[in-house]
Design a protein around this ligand. Structure first.
Ligand code: 8YV
Length: 321
């Protein structure tokens, strides 16, 4: 690897990832792990050939346009790439790659965790224990719906959706899905395909968002679509917060139209609608779907593999542009 390639590393990624980056590139690191704004990103990019970033770094059209001409590649440490304007990158001759597949299992684990914690009221239970408010076992204490025999609707049957399906099958759930295209039967494994997202909503006792974020999907789960879900459904989101209209979701959780929600991602995160904090039937985690040691290392190594390929004159395996 040409050590003279200058790489800007925007976040403090896991130590083994940084060590490999340091070994192979001339790096500028962000030891404080500050979240640089657009102006800082542009300023710090000067004198570099490539950027290793995360989805917390936003590269819309105007930022891409202001990047120095020396930048030839953006490698994002994420499967999602809605934070990068791909058209603008293409127009400016900047290659882009992401890190698919390696985080599917960890993210599906988190989705399953949210299915369980939301339906079995784990947040409420834990708060009760910590508050010393448990007065003893009771026959109807903290009851929630069983998973067995229930329909889990998965919106987006890519790697994460399929990994969630495998887990949910083991819990006795019936898998339903909507995807842009129907899967081959060896990938479908008996899951029931629906012709539209709306048809999927209508059968989903449990509904999991596992699709990419795009302008068309902004606030997909709005009041109208929540009404399509069966009464008392449970919603989980490990994809992107912007897929949900929070006001509609909060109203449905307050009224009991939805039984519960499990949320790992939030519109405008790290800020989020404070009304969620007052809802007992919401279980929340801070965007930690891929947060296992092995997964975060694998994401970093994949991001570096893509950079290595590009600067060796090969096509990056996960090239988006
Ligand atoms: C990351 C994610 O933790 O990969 C993604 O798209 O949302 C998460 O796995 C985060 O985005 C890191 O950039």
């Amino acid at each position: 690897m040409p050590k003279d390639i200058k790489l800007l590393v925007t976040r403090r990624f896991p130590a083994d990832v940084l060590a490999r980056a340091r070994r192979d590139y001339t790096c500028t690191f962000n030891d404080a792990d500050d979240l640089w704004n657009s102006d800082e990103l542009i300023r710090r990019a000067k004198g570099h050939d490539a950027i290793l970033c995360s989805s917390s770094n936003k590269f819309p059209n105007d930022v891409i346009a202001e990047l120095p001409d020396t930048i030839r590649m953006l490698s994002t440490f994420s499967v999602g790439y809605e934070h990068l304007d791909l058209d603008a990158c293409k127009a400016h001759g900047i290659a882009v790659s992401n890190t698919p597949d390696v985080l599917s299992d960890a993210t599906a684990d988190m989705a399953m965790l949210l299915v369980l914690t939301a339906s079995r009221r784990a947040g409420e239970a834990e708060r009760m224990m910590r508050a010393g408010a448990w007065t003893g076992w009771a026959p109807t204490q903290l009851l929630g719906p069983s998973l067995q025999g229930k329909r889990l609707g998965i919106l987006g049957m890519g790697g994460i959706g399929r990994a969630l399906a495998a887990r949910a099958r083991a819990f006795g759930m019936e898998i339903h899905y909507y995807n842009r295209s129907r899967l081959a039967s060896e990938l479908e494994l008996g899951a029931v395909y629906h012709e539209s997202a709306e048809a999927l909503l209508a059968v989903s006792n449990f509904f999991s968002l596992n699709c990419p974020m795009s302008p068309e999907m902004h606030h997909f789960l709005n009041a109208e679509r929540i009404e399509m879900l069966p009464q008392g459904a449970v919603v989980v989101n490990t994809a992107r917060g912007g897929l949900i209209n929070d006001a509609a979701m909060i109203a449905a959780l307050q009224s009991g139209r939805l039984f519960a929600a499990g949320l790992d991602v939030f519109d405008g995160e790290p800020n989020f609608n404070p009304a969620y904090r007052d809802l007992d039937n919401v279980f929340m985690t801070p965007h930690t779907g891929s947060a296992t040691v092995e997964t975060r290392n694998a994401m970093g190594f994949k991001a570096l593999d893509n950079l290595d390929a590009f600067f060796n004159g090969e096509d990056p395996p996960d090239r988006l542009v």
